[in-house]
Design a protein around this ligand. Structure first.
Ligand code: SF4
Ligand code: SF4
Length: 183
């Protein structure tokens, strides 16, 4: 049984507790890796790259993605600076370490905006949040995310965006309205 199916079928409290530990440890390890990516200017990825590229692209062939190594490091430094200097940015990112991976925003907390005329399943060509974040992963030709559905995408902000009104406002999302902020 897959993790998602097991959760949807109502796992016991103990199983859910074990999942929470798994999610928190996975996030923590990845954040440690990001720390080393940032301080090494991406050079650490010539050694640990297969873990990194599997987490992002589901591909262990890290050298295929070496053009991302330095831009990812630069983005991490920019993100750290924003985190320290921009209160709105800090408030926008509230993801508990023990929260489950998600591939879409929580349907009990969001609704489509009245001004949104597109589909519910895609963003109709909008890449506002990716561009404002300055994400180096966004494919500028296809305007698609190359790590859609990956570990990075589902464990961190992208898959669950927006998690709060502050999160939606920060990237000026025209699609989602958050009806219930996380407590
Ligand atoms: S959805 Fe993809 S391209 Fe957009 S910010 Fe996330 S990782 Fe970057
Ligand atoms: S800002 Fe909203 S509509 Fe635009 S890409 Fe992000 S989630 Fe989709």
């Amino acid at each position: 049984m897959s993790e998602q199916t097991e959760l949807e079928s109502g796992s016991s409290g103990f199983v859910f507790f074990l999942y929470r530990i798994k999610w928190a440890v996975s996030r923590l390890l990845f954040l440690v890796l990001l720390f080393f990516v940032a301080i090494s200017g991406g050079l650490v990825l010539y050694i640990l790259g297969p873990i990194f590229t599997y987490a992002l692209f589901r591909d262990f062939n890290h050298l295929r993605y070496r053009h991302y190594f330095w831009p990812m490091s630069a983005m991490l430094w920019k993100g750290a600076k924003k985190w320290l200097t921009d209160k709105a940015y800090r408030e926008a990112f509230v993801i508990p370490m023990t929260s489950p991976p998600m591939h879409s925003p929580d349907p009990s907390r969001v609704k489509l905006s009245e001004e949104w005329t597109g589909d519910i399943d895609n963003c109709g060509g909008c890449v506002n949040c990716c561009e404002q974040l300055g994400c180096p992963l966004l494919d500028k030709e296809s305007m698609l995310c190359p790590c859609y559905g990956s570990f990075y995408w589902s464990y961190f902000s992208c898959g669950r965006y927006p998690v709060s009104n502050a999160h939606a406002r920060y990237y000026d999302c025209k699609k989602w309205v958050v009806i219930e902020d996380p407590r």
